[in-house]
Design a protein around this ligand. Structure first.
Ligand code: ZN
Ligand code: ZN
Length: 420
């Protein structure tokens, strides 16, 4: 139990990639404007609205850098690649100075990449990982720690002296091409650390390939007509940095309820409680009420919860405005459940997204995201609907991710005064 056990609670509630741009198919409305969202509109009508820029206006961000910024950790100085979050997310220990990667089990013939996901292998990856660690666990004095996640996904951590993450990736992202060697990036071509790290990675991939190609799991797969998982290719490299634990920074017990592994990894990194929710699939079919219930449950013994429903981002990446509208209905439904079951005289919530994923772009944009604060001590403005155009008229105007924790702790009354 925290010092703020009886104090007001705080929620950041996000639809991943929630914001959008006008869509011709929707008569120039955004999916958020086109979808009926009574609960989001209620929050906008009774709350304080604005436009959120995760890092700064116009800056395009990933989910990892966005969530860092939203929690008050400056990704511009603290982010050194996604690998460490991926590795934390699959349960590997990551220490400052480690170089970490996400990996795919893949299928190769010679150097030609046949299937990036090894036929979406589901079983036997723990045995394969063990074989890799036995054969390639220590290379040139560098510890190489590999762990499987779900299906073809995995992560790798390198631990040793003088490592440098400024190296190329080995997953070409396309099939039927040769996978490349790992090499220092052009800007680090003469850097001994990058050269050393690239050499370790090349050796590791070679040894892992040897361990996997002859492995009984793959013999069985071949017999069954399945593609062998006979290589693991690292990508998304990053160096682990020191991040101040969330509790130390804010004096708050924080929980994180998200469907994206990399953001779970950030939660582990910040020493927050990472809540797994049965039914939270991360897909279009996710059980949004299970997520809302998990939030309510978490707030019983935490001061703060960050919640993210992934599905709107999928609609954006798929370029499907109608599907995205459906995911927004789910976000609205979950918010409605919170409105019904939480006491907002003693709770303050921000509803927004981590970035925009416009269906017209099918990727993340640097557009500002509509946002609304609702609950205890929030001074309402005149906005009456939750949407891209309406929230531009909100009382907060344009604000940045770094402001969120200040706003929430101000409303909840848990912020220390700065100055005399
Ligand atoms: Zn995202
Ligand atoms: Zn995305």
């Amino acid at each position: 139990m925290s010092a703020h056990e009886n104090a007001n609670k705080m929620i950041i509630f996000l639809g991943d990639g929630l914001g959008d741009r006008p869509v011709a198919e929707l008569d120039g409305k955004t999916p958020l404007e086109a979808q009926v969202t009574p609960n989001l509109d209620y929050i906008a009508a009774h709350g304080l609205c604005g436009m959120l820029n995760p890092v700064s206006p116009g800056r395009r961000v990933g989910s990892d850098t966005a969530h860092m910024a939203l929690l008050g950790y400056d990704p511009m100085s603290l982010y050194k690649g996604r690998g460490p979050f991926e590795a934390k997310g699959v349960g590997l220990d990551v220490r400052p100075g480690d170089v970490a990667f996400r990996c795919n089990f893949s299928t190769v013939e010679g150097r030609r990449l046949v299937d990036r996901r090894a036929g979406r292998i589901k079983e036997g990856t723990a045995e394969l990982a063990q074989a890799i660690n036995e054969k390639a666990g220590l290379i040139d004095g560098v510890e190489c720690i590999f762990k499987q996640s779900v299906e073809h996904r995995a992560a790798l951590v390198l631990r040793g002296e003088g490592l440098d993450h400024r190296i190329t990736e080995m997953d070409p992202h396309y099939e039927n091409v040769d996978y490349p060697d790992c090499a220092p990036l052009p800007e680090a071509a003469d850097n001994p650390g990058a050269q050393h790290t690239a050499a370790i990675v090349n050796k590791w991939v070679e040894l892992a390939h040897e361990a996997l190609d002859s492995h009984p799991v793959n013999a069985t797969r071949r017999e069954a007509g399945l593609l062998p998982a006979n290589i693991a290719l690292p990508r998304g490299v990053g160096t682990a940095v020191e991040l101040e634990p969330f509790k130390q920074r804010y004096g708050l017990n924080g929980a994180i309820i998200v469907e994206v592994d990399i953001v779970k990894g950030l939660g582990y990194y910040l020493d927050m409680t990472v809540v797994d929710v049965a039914g939270a699939t991360g897909g279009y079919d996710t059980d949004e009420l299970a997520v809302a219930r998990a939030c309510i449950e978490a707030l019983k013994d935490h001061d703060f919860a960050l919640v993210n429903i992934k599905a709107p981002d999928l609609g954006g990446h798929d370029g499907d405005a109608v599907k995205k509208m459906g995911t927004i209905a789910k976000v609205d439904n979950a918010v409605g459940y919170l409105l019904e079951h939480l006491d907002f005289d003693h709770t303050v919530m921000m509803v927004s997204g981590d970035h925009c994923t416009p269906v017209s772009l099918m990727d993340h944009s640097g557009d500002a995201i509509p946002a609304a604060f609702y609950g205890c001590n929030v001074r309402p403005d005149d906005v009456t609907a939750f949407g891209e155009r309406s929230c531009m008229h909100g009382g907060l105007g344009n604000f940045v991710g770094f402001d969120i924790m200040n706003l929430l702790t101000n409303f909840s009354g848990t912020q220390e005064k700065f100055g005399a």
